[in-house]
Design a protein around this ligand. Structure first.
Ligand SMILES: Cc1ncc(C[n+]2csc(CCOP(=O)(O)OP(=O)(O)O)c2C)c(N)n1
Ligand SMILES: [Mg+2]
Length: 577
């Protein structure tokens, strides 16, 4: 079949299973136009979820974050449409975040005509160099015959192995072609699941059997692979506690008795002892980045069984005792099957009830109870902590929770304040912790799962980084509940400076941004919640506003010393809450 170039690209992306294309419209009709054209011919209840939905943004950087939020919540690859010139570098912060989150993201960008290359052609930029440290594959299409192949290949690259970014750069000449060959009809690109080496599985089982106090760590890779249920079964079998990394949050229900919250930077203080007492970590689908390892007493010496779909994950920071390459779910299922299959081996009930393991379980339960108790004790509790608990009470498990980066919002990472269950979807910024990620990522989450309320918890600095995205939310009727901690500035660097005895004046905003007016001007609501009763009423009203497709902003004033306790631990900081 022959179509014009952009219809070929849009149809190939839709057929490959991509759910969304985000961008700023180009001078000439391009990918967004073709996607709009195709979408208008697709029934909304189509089996593939309605094809490739076009979304117009006001800033490419926000566009990358919308695509990322959508990919995380929908589980489908997303597309960012860029154009040559400044559009590409403008998207880079969002692309860096998407790369660190390992989301399947396909970037389709135009390139100036060949005659202008190297000769000061209008808006010539070296996109390949700019993307080189972030992407898995960057291909330039200079012949129409390659177009459909390159787009399909980009989806394969983005989805498989460690999911990530693939760029297809399309020269202007090719973009103007009217008769471009399509691929024959193909199914959606599916994630290839590699089974593990069974000898390594057997070795891992032996190592696990010896461990007295193993800990399971579930990362973003395990969450994306749907390995949460298998990881829980392993935790039950080994009687081991399970922690998630920040990006792994949402991969397992936090109400399960084995789950004890987040590991590393976000560990709730009563639970940090689990890390001190652990003698073996089973890390699943995580690169064990620095924030994951924060608070581990001797992270370099820890005994490690490392499971990942990407061989580059192994030995990057900790040498594993056993490294198992493969799909997280399949590897864990093989581990379970191995334990179950060998008659001479102990079964679940017969696993060694060593004094270490029994004491460990008692300790885990006690610590878990302590964490719960500390967080819900009202008296003297910080306002940020109570605000997060109130969000949890209002929205429960059936919500899309979106996290940000900042100081006070770290309370929202503190297990078990938010009730993260099987019906929750959680979007967390990755290792780049890009300030401003939250608002557009929440739009992506809301577009992917409109039936659930989308709640963003963020700071005032973070929200101001991407204000125009509020208009995009209104344009697409994505209702958002935004709970914003207001401290008139950048609290994290302020805290760091105060800790070091440095001048902190620059971290304070001298002119308040008229956020309330902006939100109201876009048809939303904005209130300040000064006490718990006001907050409860505001959250309830916010649910209604968001359900009607508008943004409900709730500003919660916070004081500088309202600092999450986990951070005090990591920073070795004795002041604050
Ligand atoms: C794009 C980007 N720039 C800078 C930073 C460094 N940074 C981390 S937190 C922070 C301040 C956050 O302020 P706010 O959102 O108001 O939250 P608060 O710390 O005040 O609670 C900054 C500047 C970052 N993570 N990302
Ligand atoms: Mg702030």
């Amino acid at each position: 079949m022959m179509r014009d170039a952009w219809h070929t690209v849009a149809a190939t992306l839709a057929e490959a299973g991509c759910g969304l294309v985000v961008g700023v419209p180009s001078d000439e009709p391009g990918l967004l136009d073709a996607a709009l054209d195709l979408a208008s011919n697709i029934a909304p209840d189509a089996a593939d979820g309605g094809g490739l939905r076009p979304v117009v943004v006001r800033d490419q950087r926000a566009g990358a974050c919308i695509a990322t939020g959508h990919a995380i919540v929908s589980g489908r690859p997303a597309v960012l449409a860029l154009t040559s010139g400044p559009a590409f570098p403008n998207a880079l912060a969002g692309l860096a975040e998407a790369a660190s989150l390992c989301v399947p993201l396909i970037v389709i960008t135009t390139r100036i005509p060949v005659d202008g290359l190297g000769r000061c052609g209008f808006q010539e930029t070296d996109q390949r160099s700019m993307s080189s440290s972030l992407v898995k594959w960057h291909h330039t299409v200079e012949s129409a015959s390659q177009l459909a192949w390159a787009v399909r290949r980009a989806v394969h690259m983005a989805v498989n192995g460690r999911p990530g970014l693939a760029v297809v750069e399309i020269s202007d000449e090719v973009g103007r072609e009217q008769h471009v060959p399509s691929l024959p009809p193909l199914p959606a690109v599916s994630r290839l699941r590699a089974a593990p080496d069974t000898q390594l599985v057997a070795h891992a089982c032996d190592v696990l059997r010896e461990a007295r106090r193993p800990l399971i760590v579930v990362g973003g890779g395990a969450k994306a692979a749907g390995a949460g249920p298998a990881a829980l079964r392993v935790a039950e079998l080994l009687d081991a506690p399970l922690m998630t990394t920040a990006t792994g949050r949402g991969g397992v229900p936090e109400s399960h008795p084995a789950v004890v919250g987040l590991v590393g930077l976000y560990t709730t203080p009563p639970l940090e002892h689990l890390l001190e007492e652990t003698d073996l970590v089973v890390a699943v689908g995580t690169r064990l980045e620095e924030t994951v390892r924060m608070g581990w007493p001797h992270s370099a010496d820890v005994r490690l069984v490392h499971i990942d779909a990407d061989p580059y994950a192994f030995g990057q920071v900790i040498e594993p005792e056993v490294a198992i390459l493969g799909d997280a779910t399949l590897v864990l299922e093989h581990l379970l099957a191995h334990f179950a299959a060998e008659p001479e081996r102990p079964q679940r009930q017969e696993l060694p009830e060593s004094p270490g393991r029994t004491a460990w379980r008692v300790r885990r339960m006690a610590l878990n109870a302590l964490a719960t108790f500390r967080h819900y004790s009202g008296a003297g509790a910080s306002s940020a902590r109570n605000a997060v608990a109130a969000v949890g009470a209002e929205f429960g498990e059936h919500a899309n929770y979106v996290h940000e980066n900042g100081l006070h919002d770290i309370w929202s990472y503190h297990y078990p304040l938010l009730p993260v269950g099987p019906e929750s979807r959680v979007v967390v910024p990755g290792e780049q912790t890009m300030l401003g990620f939250g608002l557009p990522a929440a739009i992506g989450a809301g577009l992917a799962r409109p039936a659930a309320p989308t709640v963003l918890i963020c700071g005032d600095g973070a929200l101001q980084m991407n204000i125009p995205a509020l208009a995009t939310a209104a344009e697409y009727s994505v209702g958002l509940v935004v709970v914003m901690f207001d401290n008139a500035g950048f609290g994290w660097p302020r805290r760091m400076r105060v800790l070091e005895g440095e001048e902190a004046g620059l971290t304070r905003f001298r002119v308040p941004f008229p956020l309330d007016e902006v939100v109201r001007g876009l048809g939303g609501s904005a209130v300040e919640a000064r006490d718990p009763a006001q907050l409860r009423t505001s959250l309830h009203a916010a649910r209604e506003t968001a359900a009607a497709g508008a943004t409900a902003l709730i500003r919660v004033p916070v004081s500088d010393d309202d600092v999450p306790s986990g951070i005090l631990r990591v920073l070795g900081d004795s002041g604050g809450a």
